[in-house]
Design a protein around this ligand. Sequence first.
Ligand code: IMP
Ligand code: MG
Length: 173
Amino acid sequence: MFKLSNAPLINAQQIDKRLESLAQELKASDFDVILSALTGSYIFTADISRRIAKPNLQIAFIKASSYGDSTESQGKVKISGIENLDIKGKRILIVDDILDTGNTMFSIVKTLTGLGPASIKACVLLNKESRRTVDYHADFVGFEIENKFVVGYGLDYANDYRTLPEIWTLEEV
Ligand code: IMP
Ligand code: MG
C-alpha cells in the first residue's frame, strides 16, 4: 500500500518558477523538434513548449514504457510511435518526465540515432542521479531529487496521481 507524503516535494509555484528559467536555457539552444516521451511527460511538455514558443519548433510524441505497475524499473524498454517519425537531419530535443536508472532515455537515444537526426539532446523535469545504472546524463534538468518515488504533474504510480498539479513523494504504508 502506498500513500502520498503530507506535503508536496515540489509545489506548483516552485515548478512554475523553475520552468521559467529552464525555458530560458532551452531558448538559447536551437531545436527543430521536441520529441515528448509519453505518458509521464505530457504536462511538462505542454508547459515547457509554450514557454519556449518558437514558430518553427515542431512537436512529436513517442511512447516509452518500462515500469509496468511497479515502482521498480523492469529494465526492458518498449518504444512505440517511431514508425512515422521524420527526424532525419533534424535537431531533436527529447523531453521526458524523469531520469531514474537511465534505461529509458538510453534506449530512446539509441533508437532515434538510427533514424539519422542532426543532433539529439535531452531535457528531463526530474533527475535521480544516484539511481543511474547506465552512463547517460541529460543536457537539461529541471530538478535534482533524492532516490524517492514521486508522482503528480504527469508522473504516475499504476496510472494514478498524474493529474495532481504538484510533485509528491509516494510512501509505503
Ligand atoms: P528509467 O528507465 O529507470 O530511467 O526510468 C524512467 C521512467 O520510469 C520514467 O520515464 C518514468 O516513467 C518512470 N519512473 C522512474 N522513476 C519514477 C518515479 O519516481 N515516479 C514515477 N515514475 C518514475
Ligand atoms: Mg515515462
